[in-house]
Design a protein around this ligand. Structure first.
Ligand SMILES: Cc1cc2nc3c(=O)[nH]c(=O)nc-3n(C[C@H](O)[C@H](O)[C@H](O)COP(=O)(O)OP(=O)(O)OC[C@H]3O[C@@H](n4cnc5c(N)ncnc54)[C@H](O)[C@@H]3O)c2cc1C
Length: 406
């Protein structure tokens, strides 16, 4: 009997978009592939682990890193440990290196690039050496360890003060979490100060005016100070200085301002936006490089016919992943592709001890506040964004036609 070499759908990353791409591709192949044209779904990432990035502003429990190997085995996805450092679209190959430094090359028949994003650190003196962050699992763990070490220091203004640089979505979530978290570490009588330094003249500049009154109430209620219209000029071991010359003594500066798509996006010869995201068509394919699909924070795609586009958010990364994986498999099987569409948009912002605020629509009209909003945030953070762990449930949820249930 002739032994057929399988074709390969190669997926880069083990984040939300890549995991759901792999599951959706495996589901589609399970439904439609024929044994005489075998196709392999292979996923490359440093580890078979999903980091629950949207929860990294919380104190770091073990549940924020979800092991995926069992799910990969159950769904027939081949996991390859490694980090991709080159994509050669002229040869349909990627070069990777594993943890022991071993280099290898893999061929693909279809590629899904879903290597996510990371915090952008501009060239501000002292930022790279002294600022903490909550962007990746190890960075959030380093912040948590540092906060616990503060308890051993004598009380001082710098010890008790945390500065959050950036008053956007992530800055607000970590800032509103910190008063209670700092007191739980330093003691209820510690004179804790949390200060947000935001370059724009309004808090949550990208969130628009809708949720702002609720955000202002939360910040006031939690005693969080804001320096609006104020840019960080330098950071050192004992605090920061703003561009207008204010000195803030603080042992803990947390940088949250700005995210950029994976540097791998630069290796695809195609148009990228200001955040480094590759522009894809409605089928999530790079128009100039038809064997390459992109999903999650590495992609920018239209969400609807009204001119809205995907954001760097799980809310988009999961459905983008499902569509990209499904379409990559359909394309390889010469079936019709299904355009990605996600007109509904919701924002759910945690406001720590104050509660949360949920908005609906792209104009972000407030829908829920207080305990109701908090309970939705907790459902999202503890259930909605976690993958099912058995094959049947995973394939059912990987169907791109099924909406994410809020
Ligand atoms: C603190 C915080 C709060 C957030 N809150 C929310 C929220 O409330 N709601 C919301 O919708 N979104 C939120 N987000 C954003 C959300 O986490 C991201 O949009 C989402 O993680 C993007 O998914 P992704 O799969 O594109 O990328 P990622 O989750 O970043 O995953 C990328 C994957 O690619 C792998 N990878 C990277 N480079 C390589 C390489 N060279 N080779 C192989 N593998 C590689 C990584 O190891 C990782 O497995 C938040 C993010 C943060 C940091």
């Amino acid at each position: 009997m002739q032994h057929l070499q399988p074709q390969r759908i190669l997926i880069i990353g083990a984040g939300f978009a890549s995991l759901w791409s792999a599951l959706a591709a495996a589901r589609r192949l399970d439904l439609e592939a024929s044994p005489d044209r075998p196709v392999e779904v292979a996923l490359i990432a440093p580890q078979p682990v999903l980091t629950i990035r949207p929860r990294l502003y919380e104190a770091v429990p073990a549940g924020m890193a979800v092991p995926l190997q069992e799910l990969f085995t159950a769904t027939g996805v081949r996991f390859i440990a490694g980090s991709v450092h080159a994509i050669r679209t002229d040869a349909d190959e990627v070069d990777l290196v594993d943890a022991s430094g071993q280099h290898s090359t893999l061929h693909y028949d279809r590629l899904v690039l879903a290597a996510g994003s990371s915090l952008y650190r501009p060239d501000i003196p002292g930022l790279r050496e002294h600022a903490f962050s909550v962007d990746q699992g190890d960075e959030a763990a380093a912040l948590e360890a540092h906060l616990h070490r503060l308890a051993a220091r004598p009380s001082s203004v710098a010890r008790n003060t945390v500065v959050v640089a950036g008053g956007g979505f992530t800055g607000l979530e970590i800032a509103t979490e910190l008063p209670a978290r700092m007191r739980s570490i330093l003691g209820d009588d510690a004179d804790v100060r949390v200060i947000i330094v935001e370059r724009a003249d309004a808090i949550g500049p990208d969130l628009g005016p809708g949720p702002r009154p609720e955000i202002d109430r939360a910040l006031a209620g939690l005693g969080i100070e804001c320096r609006l219209g104020s840019a960080v000029a330098s950071i050192d071991a004992t605090g920061l200085t703003t561009a207008d010359g204010e000195r803030i003594d603080s042992a803990t500066v947390i940088w949250t301002a700005g995210v950029r798509a994976s540097v791998l996006t630069a290796q695809i010869p195609a148009e990228r936006d200001a955040l480094g995201r590759l522009r894809v068509d409605a089928n999530l394919r790079v128009p100039a490089v038809p064997k390459v699909f992109v999903a999650g924070d590495a992609a920018v795609a239209p969400t609807d016919d009204a001119g809205n586009h995907t954001l760097m958010a799980c809310q988009h990364a999961i459905p983008l992943g499902r569509s990209a994986g499904d379409n990559a498999a359909a394309d390889l099987l010469a079936l019709a592709l299904t355009p990605y569409s996600q007109p509904d948009y919701v924002t759910c912002l945690d406001l720590g001890g104050w509660g949360a605020v949920v908005t609906q629509g792209w104009d972000r009209k407030v829908w829920l506040t207080g305990a109701e909003a908090k309970s939705m945030k907790s459902m999202i953070n503890s259930k909605l964004i976690y993958p099912p762990l058995d094959r049947e449930a995973a394939f059912a949820a990987a169907n791109p036609a099924v909406a994410l249930a809020l």
